[in-house]
Design a protein around this ligand. Sequence first.
Ligand SMILES: NC(=O)c1ccc[n+]([C@@H]2O[C@H](COP(=O)([O-])OP(=O)(O)OC[C@H]3O[C@@H](n4cnc5c(N)ncnc54)[C@H](OP(=O)(O)O)[C@@H]3O)[C@@H](O)[C@H]2O)c1
Length: 316
Amino acid sequence: MRIMRAAYASRFDADNPLAALTVGDRPEPAHLDDDWVTVQVRASSLNHHDLWSLRGVGLADGQLPMILGCDAAGTDPDGNEVVIYPVLPTPGDPRGVSILSEHYQGTLAERVAVPRMNLLPLPTGLSATDAACLPTAWRMLTTRGRIADGEAVLVQGAGGGVATAAVALGLALGKRVYATSRDAAKRDRIAALGATALEPGARLPERVDVVIETVGAATFDHSLKSAAPMARIVVAGATSGHLPPVNLRRVFAMQLEILGTSMGTPDELTELLAFCAEHEVRPVVDSVVPFSRVADAFARLHSGEVFGKVVVDHTA
Ligand SMILES: NC(=O)c1ccc[n+]([C@@H]2O[C@H](COP(=O)([O-])OP(=O)(O)OC[C@H]3O[C@@H](n4cnc5c(N)ncnc54)[C@H](OP(=O)(O)O)[C@@H]3O)[C@@H](O)[C@H]2O)c1
């Protein structure tokens, strides 16, 4: 059995997730069948999901130790540069699927094992670190949000990884993009990307057709108030709390759709990679941290100061 370096949840700590992180040696993950391959990870990116896992949300004691990380790019056994599609069929999970680091060991390691069908070619012009950051926002805007010509979008909590990606993609799609952030410096950076930056709760110059909601309780009422008739409020997360009061009168009077979204399809990832290569869209990267300092990357994400994705460089 080959041993490799990995960042993994060794226990849970609801109050201090960083204390539950261990960086050390783990066995290389096994192949479930002959269709699985091992990928040498070159870059991965952190998600808030990794902090939830360390807190014990979505993982049970019996699943420990669990290598964290969902998004990654790397090299397959034939030497091809690949992007990993992180969703795997998972019998026994009520969703029928799971994301790497839930039932199967994740990407924050020297190597990760996945079914060969989960590998997509890395498009020319996209770096491994860029490709490791892309997925959720695309599905929120397109498949779920059905954003159309001439429509406007509001992105809540603009500093987050999903939110910065939604701003960049919304602008590249030619939409009017509004984004809120509590932090003046982050608002300046959002404005520099080309979006209209606002304080949380501020009145927008127009009602929007799509809302990208990952903050949850702290922003949800504003999302409802900012929505145009027939708007789609797409919810991918609830960093500030998952039980906001919901004004149902507004939901039915304005005929709003509140749509949950989780993960994405391989076709969406392929589409997104092609879109980014063609339109030269790149994710907003907060920082690139060498794997030797992966714990610092977690601390950075946990600080709440990030603007964009925290990327881990596995070659450094
Ligand atoms: N469903 C999926 O497929 C999927 C995929 C990826 C992520 N997620 C979920 O989506 C959420 C966002 O993840 P992320 O990694 O992009 O970003 P994140 O680090 O969770 O932060 C999102 C933003 O939320 C805002 N925020 C946090 N706490 C707040 C509070 N108390 N009041 C107001 N605003 C607050 C901050 O915005 P400002 O500082 O700019 O105000 C922050 O930048 C997470 O809950 C994650 O689990 C889901």
